[in-house]
Design a protein around this ligand. Sequence first.
Ligand code: AMP
Length: 551
Amino acid sequence: MLSTMQDVPLLISRILAHGSSIHGTSLVTTWTGEGEPARRSYAEIGARSAQLAHALREDLGVEGDDRVATLMWNNAEHVEAYFAIPSMGAVLHTLNLRLPAEQLIWIANHAADRVVIVNGSLLPLLAPLLPHLTSVEHVVVSGPGDRSLLGGASARVHEYEELLAGKPTAYEWPELDERSAAAMCYTSGTTGDPKGVVYSHRSIYLHSMQVNLTQSMGLTDQDTSLVVVPQFHVNAWGLPHATFMTGVSMLMPDRFLQPVPLAQMIEQERPTHAAAVPTIWQGLLAELGAHSRDVSSLGQVTIGGAACPPSLMEAFDKLGMRVCHAWGMTETSPLGTVARPPAHAVGTEEEFTYRTTQGRFPAGVEARLTGPGGERLPWDGESAGELEVRGPWIAGAYYGGEGAEVLRPADKFSEDGWLKTGDVGTISADGYLTLTDRAKDVIKSGGEWISSVELENALMAHPDVSEAAVVAVPDDRWGERPLATVVLKEGSTADFTALRSFLAEEGGIAKWQLPERWTVIESVPKTSVGKFDKKVLRRQYAEGELDITRL
Ligand code: AMP
């Protein structure tokens, strides 16, 4: 029997129409560094998205599933691009501005981007790349910046505001197939070429609804979300779409991502929610320690993208900012788990333990653990294996390039189509995921696994340590052993013996897991999206660049 329900496609244009009408007075506020921030209502964003779509179609000739790239910070214009491009049927391709030049060139050529919308402040980055971007015909510049840098470019250069001026403020958005491509994002890929994940209208729509559930971020139109996670990193964790569904206002930091301006914007604009990777919050915490600020509005902070150290969670709790830990990947849109404690644990000692896990799977994400021999492992909170997931907002393949089939590499997808996350961990009987490592970061010592994340969390709980990264290094006797690299707080000195005892006594680390190789570093190298870049540390060790103390 067929259902009797209407078959209405789940489209981004619907989210835009809803947000810009029902929630027309909600705001996107963009920080400008000096003076008043720029404020734009959702109604204005809706009108300007229509104007942008007209400009792209009528002036620039964008049609079909042409790729329109953005090289932009988080700001109102980027939100307009988020809605205009997919709603008109084209594909939004967010370029990660922190990638090395050669990767950006490779990615833009692979995606065959026809247009790049760029913030003026990023022209110094784009200008030298442009001669190598073989498919780009148009560059659209938004905001202040030195246009003369584009002199001699073969692509046509346009002004964002001039393109929009005078265009109709409504657009007849096409009724697309909900499964068609809406947006794409390349994973930064530590091995091999970057891989393109292509989101559909349907996947984004369903994911946005999940983000909005109370057991996920649970925001309403009474909230303002400080969206620090970049719009080029997995659609800013789905926030721009989710907020347009519910009318949550957005505070966008543009290029002002350093601790001081972040603290200023929180104090001045009083967001109730914020989302970013742990590194950003470590920086903010240090700033709040040095200069007291009123951050009392910020009741909820979503931390993900890398493991949130429990010490960071505790410090934030003390400041009244309640951390909600979440796990996800570019391939999972990204929301995979959210660490809301179960009802029975609320108010008990168990609550904090639940909150420090990566969290619980929502109905839309099926999960299983696979052991080294391909066997299914039980959800017993102890058996550790690779996490595999499946669901309507989880990638089932990568983009193969113009005219090519999609790619399904065997190390990324199981034969029955599940995504192999490359993350290793356990799942408890009540569905909470605890990650112990990336498969490639786990330390294999004498046939047993040592969790680098557990060692890092224990180290970062020490009052002298501001950051710590632990990597596997070769060892003649054990195969691999942990190397502890430590960033000390200002004015602290290194006493590795004391740190080692701290790990055993306070951190509860088993004796055989305690590192014997130690070094102090100035900062932990980070990837383009702000995560610990352990391959750099492994290389530095291999090349003898680190000054190692052996205990
Ligand atoms: P990306 O695709 O760049 O967002 O990276 C995804 C990867 O980041 C995941 O596969 C995890 O290894 C890591 N990750 C994301 N969130 C967390 C988290 N809450 N705890 C630990 N690792 C995380």
